[in-house]
Write a protein that binds this ligand. Structure first.
Ligand SMILES: *Cc1c(COP(=O)(O)O)cnc(C)c1O
Length: 392
């Protein structure tokens, strides 16, 4: 199945809705039946039969097919957020007394899920440096059930060697879940490399327009059926039909957006590497990146998210850099059409994200769909503002 077919045809049953190119938004919470026997029959497969929209909705069903195919998975579930997707996938694999091994520095709310919520239910997590796959194996205990990966991570972009971790998991009969948000299904397909379940914050690239919060879990029919029957239906973090439709519209342009963003980001990141106001660039597709070879091996391309460390004397200079940018918007999140800047020093007062061990001069950039030159000019504007600070 090629990408064009998946994005433009798969799952669409146009003969059922006036041959409309764009599918209808089935804005209905429930579905009616002609008689009891058909109603009873439909309950046998609530995952795939419209009965109640928390379970199955026809607009969401089209999206599920496309998302699963893009990730080369058998099936997928769509959630109301990436955090809901990660939580459902992780919770589905553990019970009280179990142990998880997770890469250190995962997404902040993945960390919270493990350190706070699951800890309350006597599920323990060990966080390991994932740059050496052996650390996963060394942390295994008799009660370990799950290895969690996020590669690259979304602040400093350390990678885990997917094939090496899969090998360890298979040897010890453990389940693997990988948060693939950074790469999108266009640049990395971990299920092909043996990972059991892939999650995404679809809020980022898959939706791509900074107007929807959504998440996905992809995996085998068995894993998806299991999550559906429990976490998906119980926790109830379903996506609305309207948001599912917006996500589908996002997918129509996903490959072309990723292509443009990757090209633009490569130009900007390599330009920044030799810039006098830059101390360091964290970008997986730079030959200077410590895991460059691994990045080239398991990623088809690097996406638009990377970090820089400014050659700044103090936080005020970092702030001046960010405050003087005109095109880069000062905001969290990423993966949308618009370029963003997110300085780590913003987290220093937040309880939820606090105790950051990341360098104070670290600034994360999200490259959007603007002209590359316009973005470079804008960054130069920020660097100039830093210098003005020095002479004062
Ligand atoms: C944003 C993000 C999430 C959470 O997704 P939401 O859609 O915001 O709930 C999970 N993982 C990664 C890597 C993210 O960047």
């Amino acid at each position: 199945m090629n990408q064009s077919y998946i994005i433009n045809q798969l799952g669409e049953e146009r003969e059922n809705y006036f041959q409309a190119v764009s599918p209808p938004i089935m804005q209905s919470s429930n579905f009616t039946f002609e008689d009891i026997s058909t109603m009873r029959e439909s309950l046998k497969d609530e995952l795939n039969t419209p009965f109640y929209t928390r379970g199955c909705n026809p607009t969401v069903a089209i999206l599920r097919k496309k998302v699963a195919a893009l990730e080369k998975a058998e099936d997928a579930l769509i959630f109301g957020s990436g955090s809901a997707a990660n939580s459902a996938a992780v919770i589905s694999q553990v019970k009280a007394g179990d142990h998880i091994i997770c890469v250190d520095k995962p997404y902040s709310w993945t960390n919270k899920l493990m350190t706070h919520l699951l800890a309350r239910f006597n599920v323990e997590t060990t966080f390991i440096d994932g740059t050496d796959a052996a650390n996963y194996e060394n942390a295994i205990r008799p009660n370990t059930k799950l290895l969690f990966l996020e590669t690259p991570n979304s602040m400093t972009f350390e990678l885990q060697d997917i094939e090496a971790v899969v090998k360890i998991a298979k040897k010890h009969n453990l389940v693997t879940i990988l948060d693939n948000s950074y790469a999108s299904p266009i640049f990395q397909n971990p299920i092909e490399m043996g990972i059991d379940m892939v999650t995404h914050s679809a809020t980022k690239y898959m939706c791509g327009h900074s107007d929807v919060v959504a998440g996905v879990v992809c995996g085998s029919y068995e894993h998806i059926r299991q999550i559906f029957a429990s976490e998906y239906m119980t926790l109830g973090a379903a996506i609305s039909p309207n948001d599912a439709w917006l996500m589908m519209r996002g997918l129509r342009t996903l490959p072309i957006r990723m292509k443009y963003i990757a090209e633009s980001t490569f130009k900007i990141a390599t330009w920044l590497e030799s810039h006098p106001k830059i101390e360091k660039v964290h970008y997986p597709f730079s030959p200077n990146f410590p895991q460059y070879e691994l990045a080239k091996k398991q990623l088809k391309n690097a996406s638009g998210l990377f970090s820089i460390q400014l050659k700044a004397n103090n936080i005020e200079e970092v702030e001046r850099f960010c405050n003087h940018l005109q095109h880069f918007l000062l905001a969290c999140s990423w993966g949308g059409h618009e370029s963003l800047v997110f300085p780590i020093c913003v987290l220093y007062t937040s309880e939820n994200y606090g105790s950051s061990t990341l360098p104070w001069n670290l600034v994360r950039l999200n490259i959007g769909l603007e002209e590359t030159e316009v973005l470079m000019e804008d960054l130069e504007r920020g660097f100039e503002a830093m210098k003005r600070c020095q002479v004062k």
